[in-house]
Design a protein around this ligand. Structure first.
Ligand SMILES: [Zn+2]
Ligand SMILES: [Zn+2]
Length: 310
């Protein structure tokens, strides 16, 4: 069943549009080796059982998580806005449950995570997000979707318990981080947590949306610190193919701490804004900081302003 489904998806993916896999808030892949060979098609979307009733769905944009119950399913993030990714997502959900998705949670507004909100809303699901998401989406434009994704219709400010059948999920907004409206999804019974793009794996480099998104690098750090206090042993990243352990997330947070203190040291040493990013040493962290998510002057302005504060 699993093999034939994967094969079906793989063959269908050949015709997928090139943008279908591009993560909205991830830097372009490192420009290193660019042979003239045609780009390989993106790997097929996959679903993996991580805990009883809790699945990790990789591909088609940002990662999703699915919690199944006897009375319906809860889905975290809805992937790229296109029929192909939506179709693959529904097929994979249908391979593990015959119940409807009743609750959708958006980890943040980026189109690779909210693309198919409208289809779930149309099917009668409740779509939940942090309260500033609709306002952020009003100003949001993206080349990754034919129009702005639909906003969540159920909003919360800091913390929201969500109950579905006998399962409980806890939503947390610890402040602006990757965007101004991040939601971390905590599954206390499963001892698992979904970070959205506050947690990303190689080759995606951590980044934040300081412009219309309202993100903050210090908020990014604090959100990770708060989430690490919760009781879980598996973390789902917004991009990347495998869940992480708590030790791995602690290590990741340590690298964010390093990044921040290095930027603060450069600013304190009088490094001019236009030299800030190129002066920043990050090779030992395994991150190539630069490109469209770090280097544009307006991003550097925001970073400089935030990390100049004592
Ligand atoms: Zn994002
Ligand atoms: Zn993303």
């Amino acid at each position: 069943m699993k093999t034939s489904l994967a094969a079906l998806l793989a063959s269908a993916l050949i015709a997928a549009p090139a943008f279908a896999q591009a993560p909205e808030a991830a830097p372009a892949p490192a420009p290193a080796p660019a042979p003239a060979a045609p780009r390989a098609p993106p790997p097929p979307m996959t679903i993996t059982k991580i805990k009883p009733n809790l699945y990790f769905i990789v591909g088609g944009g940002g990662n999703s998580e699915l919690l199944t119950t006897k009375s319906g399913a809860l889905l975290v993030d809805t992937k790229n806005l296109n029929d192909k990714d939506y179709g693959d997502l529904m097929m994979l959900i249908g391979s593990v449950t015959d119940k409807k998705v009743r609750v959708v949670i958006d980890t943040h507004h980026h189109a690779d995570h909210t693309g198919n909100n409208e289809k779930f809303l149309a099917a009668g699901a409740k779509v939940i997000g942090q309260e500033t998401m609709p306002k952020i989406l009003e100003k949001y434009t993206t080349r990754l979707a034919p129009h702005t994704p639909f906003a969540p219709t159920t909003l919360y400010r800091r913390r929201l318990p969500v109950r579905i059948y006998h399962s409980k999920v806890q939503l947390y907004h610890f402040g602006g981080g990757h965007t101004g409206a991040d939601t971390i999804v905590y599954f206390p019974q499963e001892r698992a947590i979904a970070f959205g793009d506050l947690l990303v794996e190689d080759p995606t480099v951590p980044n934040y949306d300081a412009g219309n998104g309202g993100g903050s690098l210090l908020g990014f750090q604090d959100s990770l610190a708060q989430a690490l206090k919760l009781n879980w042993d598996v973390a789902f990243p917004g991009h990347g193919g495998k869940p992480l352990s708590k030790a791995e997330v602690r290590e990741y947070k340590g690298k964010i701490d390093q990044l921040i203190s290095r930027i603060q040291a450069l600013i304190a040493a009088g490094t001019p804004k236009d030299k800030l990013i190129e002066s920043l040493k990050t090779d030992d962290l395994g991150w190539k900081i630069g490109g469209q998510f770090w280097a544009p002057p307006e991003r550097v302005d925001a970073l400089y302003a935030e990390l100049s504060k004592k």
